[in-house]
Design a binder for this molecule. Sequence first.
Ligand code: GUN
Length: 281
Amino acid sequence: MSAALLNGKELAAKKREAMKKEVSALIEGGTTPGLAVILVGDNQASQTYVRSKQKSCEQIGIHSVLIKLPEETTEATLLTEIDRLNEDPTIDGILVQLPLPPQIQERAVIEKITPSKDVDGFHPINIGKMMTKDKTFLPCTPYGIVEMLKEADITIGGKHVVVIGRSNIVGKPVGQLLLNEDATVTYCHSRTNDLATFTKQADILIVAIGKAKFIKASDVKEGAVVIDVGMNREDGKLCGDVDFEEVKEVASHLTPVPGGVGPMTITMLLENTIQSAKDRT
Ligand code: GUN
């Protein structure tokens, strides 16, 4: 068997074309969606992500503002900056790129962003709303994964979803979103004993552990859908948490890296920012 590819790049491009029109209409009506991105310090990966977010905003007509702060910025300075953006009527979304330098408490920062501008969907109020299925901003990577499954007409209800990884950004929320879609969800993580016992039961396997080519064909049930959230560098080449060459022979559907989940994350950030702008009109 050779798995069908779940092409996130293509779906992202299709969604962004539609967004471009939506943003034009909003601007004509007098509302320009605005996103502020705060980058503290000079983490290389963060700089790349932030540049990509800005470029994507420009491409579809969202006004974007980058606030670069030095590595030694205090928590108080960052919180004051967030407060200013909370009050700024031209800004619909605020994103503080993670990770932050050690002197700054991530939690204090996330909680400072007003929930109605929290386009990352990380604020505890928005996480709570996600759990109760109230309308809110959904975390971008999990939201993008659900959109990819739906686009490929993959049934979620009743399926056994196994999530490997329990981060607040991906693992926990993707399991919750799929539970909201009536899946049966199992969470696995670095402390799970006999991981393969669980992964082999998955109808849909979501892998977000940050270990290059960790999931092998022998870990996957024949015909499973495999979503690879990994973004690792091996010999200078980007690769996922799934051994693509092996797993494509057993999975029914598989996301490539690059070109799978990655392009959907920023796309859903754009979607959340547009939604926020619409909510203020
Ligand atoms: N760092 C890695 N992923 C993300 C994300 O989705 N949002 C923010 N703010 N920081 C990140």
